[in-house]
Design a protein around this ligand. Structure first.
Ligand code: NDP
Length: 301
């Protein structure tokens, strides 16, 4: 059998970002709002700092306003809630993202619930999660939204396809399953208590892996010709000949070398789902700004 098509998420995300930039310009030409995204970072977590910096850069590149709020590790919940309250009321801010994880002692659920659902561009607020579960329009979590866009690009109509989502987290697995259901797939959600996991995976025409376990999905778990979306981002020790000791690399939840021989199409790690997350954050910010101001989202050029 021939090798799987490699789904180029990086190129897709670049096209999406270019399209969004055009839509933002169009909005400004029609005297619409300039979409503004506020990112709140509490503490010094190095990975979070990198994410926040790249989100800020991408926001500005798309022609939107970026507001960064960096708070010390010692920030208490009341102070953070007061910042969110200010952002909720700020007319220049259309999207609010609180970078997770939050330091110990802060209840992330309470913080997410404090965000105005209209500005909840991460789509984590129970209001937006509820709307997604009911099949109503709303702000949808960025990573699963990006996965859906890639799937539609590769497969076109998803109706009737047998999909398996491996993982049931509130940020990836559950909303992914809801989106696939909304696209008329027949959806199975698998998790750590699933029996006969390999058999479940082998039935799937669409397999989305979001477990956080490097290389867990082996080639013989995959139905020949299936479309595989690997959400996992795991940093592991590099073991290629010639690699320096201590060097690391990123791998997904799927054993790529094995899977590429069986699947019909597959996302690589890195360069697959990862770049879609930020592009979808910008997508959500544009949509939030238009909804808040009651103006239509400009047509993409
Ligand atoms: P979580 O740890 O929140 O959830 C993992 C899920 O996988 C849980 O539902 C868990 O089941 C399930 N699981 C864990 N081990 C097994 C197992 N052995 N067999 C079956 N199911 C298992 O992870 P996230 O959803 O937050 O993230 C998943 C991966 O996606 C991570 O690698 C993360 O880094 C990556 N990620 C990538 C993003 C991107 O932009 N590309 C964005 C967000 C995440 P149970 O519920 O039973 O415990």
């Amino acid at each position: 059998m021939s090798q799987a098509r490699i789904i180029d998420g990086k190129a897709f995300a670049e096209r999406l970002r270019a399209r969004l930039k055009g839509q933002v310009e169009d909005l400004a030409r029609r005297h619409g709002p300039v979409p503004g995204l506020a990112v709140v970072l509490v503490g010094e977590d190095p990975a979070s700092q990198v994410y926040v910096r790249s989100k800020g850069r991408a926001t500005v590149e798309a022609g939107m306003r970026s507001f960064e709020h960096r708070l010390p590790e010692s920030t208490d919940q009341a102070t953070l809630l007061a910042v969110i309250d200010r952002l909720n009321r700020d007319p220049e801010v259309h999207g609010i993202l609180v970078q997770l994880p939050l330091p110990r002692g802060i209840d992330a659920g309470a913080v997410i619930e404090a965000i105005d659902p209209a500005k909840d561009v991460d789509g984590f607020h129970p209001y937006n999660a509820g709307r997604l579960a009911l099949g109503l329009p709303g702000l949808v979590p960025c990573t699963p939204l990006g996965c859906l866009m890639l799937l539609r690009d590769v497969l076109g109509d998803l109706s009737g396809r047998r999909a398996l989502v491996l993982g049931r987290s509130t940020i990836v697995g559950r909303p992914m399953a809801q989106l696939l259901l909304g696209a008329d797939c027949t959806v199975t959600i698998a998790h750590s208590r699933t029996r006969d996991l390999v058999e479940e995976c082998r039935r799937a025409e669409i397999l989305v892996a979001a477990v956080g376990r490097p290389g867990m999905v082996r080639g013989d778990w995959i139905r020949p010709g299936a479309t595989v979306i690997d959400v996992g981002i795991n940093r592991v020790a590099a073991k290629e000949p010639g690699d320096e000791p201590g060097k690391t690399r990123l791998v997904g939840d799927v054993d790529f070398a094995e899977a590429v021989e069986v699947a019909g199409a597959i996302t690589p790690v890195p360069g697959g789902v990862g770049p879609m997350t930020i592009a979808c954050l910008l997508h959500n910010t544009l949509h939030a700004a238009c909804a808040i101001h009651g103006v239509p989202v400009p047509e993409a050029a």
